[in-house]
Design a protein around this ligand. Structure first.
Ligand code: ZN
Length: 141
């Protein structure tokens, strides 16, 4: 399991995002002034520069693999290679840097449809990860 110290602690910009993960909700920063969604959370809207209009909206939890690679050398003993690091483009537009799980790492392809899963952290937060949408119809093992 990933240790707490390997995941950033919430700060004033990200605390709302982390709080949502405790409820297993993936949220995106939404700008009420220009209507754009962004991720990761920032202090300002990258589209219009607004600081006052930013709030949170739930993401559907679906997307497609935008780019991916297989990691074969773990950065710490808490990681079990090989595993997939991927950029997933969410249905709402923003991109999330994440892992694709529940798949043979060497079978993951750009363009694959994926859906949200959670990786628990020891402190109750969770990290959004994704699995191939084609796995949805298969029985759980
Ligand atoms: Zn904006």
């Amino acid at each position: 399991m990933i240790a707490d110290h390997e995941v950033p602690q919430p700060d004033e910009v990200t605390e709302g995002w982390w709080a949502a993960t405790r409820q297993r909700r993936l949220v995106l920063q939404h700008c009420g002034d220009c209507g754009r969604n962004q991720h990761p959370p920032r202090a300002v809207c990258t589209a219009c520069g607004s600081t006052a209009g930013l709030g949170w909206r739930d993401a559907a939890g679906t997307g497609t693999v935008d780019s991916c690679t297989v990691v074969e050398l773990a950065p710490s003993p808490n990681f079990e290679p090989p595993y997939v690091v991927a950029r997933v483009r969410l249905a709402e537009g923003p991109v999330v840097l994440t892992n694709v799980v529940d798949a043979d790492p060497y079978d993951v392809r750009i363009g694959d449809a994926v859906s949200l899963r959670w990786r628990e952290l020891p402190d109750g937060r969770a990290l959004p990860v994704f699995r191939p949408a084609s796995e949805e119809s298969k029985p759980r093992e």
